[in-house]
Design a protein around this ligand. Sequence first.
Ligand code: NAI
Length: 464
Amino acid sequence: MANYDLIVIGSGPGGYVAAIRAAQLGLKTACVEGRETLGGTCLNIGCIPSKALLHATHSLHEAEHNFVKMGLKGKSPSVDWDQMKAYKQDVVDQNTKGVEFLLKKNKVDWIKGWASIPEAGKVKVGDEVHEAKNIIIASGSEPSSVPGAEVTIDEKIVVTSTGALDLPKVPKKMVVIGAGVIGLELGSVYKRLGTEVHVIEYLDQITPGMDSDVQKGLLKILKKQGLEFTLGAAVSKVETLKTKAKVTYKLRKDDSEHTVDADVVLVATGRKPYTDGLGLDALGVELSPRGQIKTDAQWRTNVPGIYAIGDAIDGPMLAHKAEDEGMAAAEVIAGKHGHVNYGVIPGVIYTTPEVASVGKTEEQLKEEGVNYKVGKFSFMGNGRAKAVFQGDGFVKLLADKDTDRILGCHIIGPAAGDLIHEICVGIEFGASAEDIALTCHAHPTFSEAVREAALACGDGAIHM
Ligand code: NAI
């Protein structure tokens, strides 16, 4: 048994960042993790391995489609799936070991095992009970099943993102249930590997919650890449046969029932907080009807000394949102003023082209009755994008019509996930579109498209 100022439960991006910041602020800190490796879903079976597969398969796409155009001739590469998975695992290992190094460097103890909280101020791991003045629950989330449907996930034929990252072989046909972030990223991976990918989505558009220009633009691009979509369709049943599955769905417009076979079915219909085994019921920690731990604006639960952050609480289930909350909660516990600006949390989809978004969508501004203007610029007018075959897509900047203050930005295009941060910083500083438009941007860069969109909010873009 040991005494700590803070014990963090969970070592995902929320938990390990909270632990490091707390230690940097002088708190004696431990982090509990039951997995063999640190880093949580993101590093082990989420963001990091999926990005490795996206990179590998994008490279394959370049070799198959663009090398010859660039005068690069020769035998085109074939896929060694086992080697691709080994590369992915190596990337994961480097990252999880990196977190282990950082915890050691900051003198954070890693308590190995699964934690429960027998009472406030105590964390039990195995037979040991540790004392903690403060506890942060950063236990993350797990895939949820298809709402209202009969589906048994076996992680072989009917898989979540976890199984999809580790399939024994590349399937001939995959049905993806849900056109959200996971469905589109992993659907893209398998499409590029030669799988026939059919995405079935309940809503009439993809990427729920995103700006409708992005929804329409991305759908068009992904269809051009060969992904098949059935929108406005609710999956009601997934039956597993010996080596295949049969998916039944109903079209919402006419209630007609359809079936489709697949070698693998990817269930990508959202995630839910993971709080099993913590003992929250007995402690009386309040949860929302969706199972999220309720907190105040400084991540305190209703039980004194117990905080919660990340996917286990309300808000977008994003690693960077969890990181920010982790840092801020540690600061609050150390007596400082931790703060997260929930209005400036970027969202990125790592398809090719990438999609990135921050602030308000045009639909939200209309609903709120804000007097806004739109500056839009196509990557077709960006020299650098054309040089790398990525002229599809645009930057859409939304600004207040009266004050010119930036309200939101939505990008489909090369390096969109990096470009968006210029606008994140801008919004944090209360920038106007003119501030971006008057900032010199290096030529030739993708970032010129952001400036052009800002120019389009004023007297007009130059290259369009
Ligand atoms: P999601 O919430 O993004 O999308 C789920 C989709 O499934 C929705 O469009 C929904 O309408 C659809 N759906 C629900 N029930 C259905 C049914 N019966 N039939 C057909 N469609 C149905 O969830 P997703 O993609 O599983 O991601 C989970 C979480 O992980 C999200 O919060 C996401 O933001 C996060 N994530 C973020 C990543 C990133 O930042 N790049 C990468 C991967 C995940």
